[in-house]
Ligand binder design. Structure first.
Ligand code: ADP
Length: 348
């Protein structure tokens, strides 16, 4: 419906004979008051033969018009919705791509950040002993006439620092090999009693020298499969810490038992314990409860990270909890792949 106003517009259509039998477009403008609007038509001009029985049209030109306003409107709204749909899908694709790339990049970024922190911390930790060694060497150079015995204190300090550096480098190497997925575990059948004896032979006299009690409660024996050197290293770290943080007169207890197919090794001490807020972090590399690096306990915060790494290599867990009335209990638990129980001492 284009209304009454179109009638006069139709009257103004000119006859263009060369357009005969051709489909053409036509725009008609109508005006109602001040409102002008265009209407679109498809036209076909034909000439009705004189022989036609319809006397109204015979021998005349007839212009057939078809209003295509509705079609154009439909096309326009189709274009609009196509554009909006494309826009929405483009935005969705961008959002999904962003979210996916972020989530796939996150582990890479986290590991890159950790790697960067690790190198920075390692460099920092190495700088301290190197500075001490340098100072001691420079000092010794100022005393060329002194005997070694006279400068034993300086030489001993230097050696201490060298030993610390050696431990640090070994630990750094172990962790970076672990990061590179280089397999370091060499499991073999181990006699539990012999294995424990090896560690206690070192630590019993050490504890006695420091006037601390080291007690063992060994409730497991027989052959077990694990890497004896790595597990020795993990136990040494726990014992080192226990001795380091337990005051004179305090005691350290080591309990070894089997439980539900796992080997449990726990080291309890009567030191200051680990504050709750630090319990989650102490297994992180370079984390120290007392962040000051000048404490008399020394250390570089790598021991427990190494112990955790070793335990994880054995598919086990390491945890810390409070000892009562004070102190810390570190517990290692690893699955035992093969076992031969001692009939009297083993627990189920
Ligand atoms: P460090 O070489 O500094 O001892 P570790 O990784 O072995 O490094 O320990 C991390 C931190 O955890 C230590 O600096 C210390 O603050 C705390 N810690 C570890 N073991 C004990 C313990 N038995 N008692 C109290 N604090 C401990």
């Amino acid at each position: 419906m284009i209304g009454q106003g179109a009638f006069s517009a139709f009257q103004g259509i000119k006859l263009v004979k060369r357009n005969i039998n051709k489909v053409k477009g036509l725009v008609i403008t109508t005006q109602f008051g001040t409102k002008r609007s265009n209407h679109y038509f498809m036209t076909l001009l034909i000439k009705v033969p004189r022989t036609s029985t319809n006397s109204t049209y015979s021998g005349k030109y007839v212009l057939i018009l078809q209003n295509i306003d509705a079609d154009l409107l439909a096309m326009e709204s189709f274009k609009k919705s196509l554009f909006i749909t494309l826009l929405i899908f483009w935005a969705l694709a961008m959002i999904i791509a962003y979210v996916l790339s972020r989530s796939s990049m996150r582990p890479i970024l986290v590991s890159w950040k950790k790697q960067r922190e690790f190198s920075a911390d390692a460099a920092h930790e190495l700088r301290t002993p190197i500075t001490v060694i340098q100072n001691q060497m420079e000092y010794l150079l100022t005393k060329p006439k002194q005997r070694i015995l006279d400068e034993a204190a300086s030489i001993s300090t230097t050696l201490d620092e060298v030993n610390q550096m050696q431990t640090l480098i070994k630990r750094l190497l172990m962790l970076s090999r672990g990061d590179a997925n280089i397999i370091q575990i060499q499991p073999k059948s181990v006699d539990l009693k012999d294995w424990i004896k090896r560690t206690f032979n070192i630590y019993q006299p050490l504890a006695e020298n420091q006037h601390k009690t080291l007690q063992k409660n060994i409730l497991a024996s027989g052959q077990v499969i694990f890497d004896p050197d790595l597990m020795h290293q993990a136990l040494v770290i726990l014992l080192d810490n226990a001795l380091k943080y337990t005051p004179t007169g305090g005691s350290i207890d080591v309990l070894i038992k089997r439980l539900h197919g796992r080997l449990i090794i726990s080291v309890s001490d009567t030191g200051p314990g680990i504050p709750d807020k630090d319990k989650r972090n102490i297994f992180e590399r370079f984390y120290r409860v007392d962040q000051s690096r000048n404490t008399k306990t020394g250390g570089n915060g790598l021991g427990l990270a190494i112990a955790k790494f070793i335990v994880q290599q054995h598919n086990g867990k390491i945890e810390v909890r409070d000892n009562y009335p004070h102190g810390a209990v570190f517990q290692i638990s690893i699955p035992i792949t093969r076992e031969k129980r001692h009939p009297k001492t083993d627990k189920p």
